[in-house]
Design a protein. Structure first.
Length: 114
């Protein structure tokens, strides 16, 4: 009986603070000024800038942050802010998420959720 009460309270408490889910693979994000693209799938995170070789890192376990999923590798860190509409600034398209990417210490801001 005590065990059922503990499980019930844990389930009730979990309903109070929903944890943002990781995006289902693949997840695509992009930015302008400078242009960049990011693809996250179940195996790799790939960051691409024009006229540069793509940078690929193994996809780490997702960290469920308060605002959304976070991915941290040796060279690429990705913070996804879920349900924060975002415009790429060059088209009328609106994306569901804001995305911040840090690559080798350089920060890029953009949109995601394609």
């Amino acid at each position: 009986m005590k065990r059922l009460l503990t499980i019930g309270l844990a389930a009730l408490g979990a309903g109070c603070m929903p944890i943002p889910a990781a995006p289902p693979p693949p997840y695509h994000a992009l930015g302008t000024e400078p242009f960049w693209n990011l693809l996250i799938d179940e195996h790799n995170i790939t960051f691409v800038e024009p006229e540069k070789a793509p940078l690929t890192q193994r996809t780490p376990a997702v960290i469920n942050g308060f605002a959304g999923p976070i991915y941290q590798t040796a060279r690429i860190n990705v913070n996804i802010v879920k349900n924060q509409q975002c415009s790429d600034g060059m088209s009328d398209r609106v994306y569901p998420d804001k995305v911040q990417v840090t690559v080798d210490g350089r920060q890029f801001n953009g949109c995601g959720g394609l």
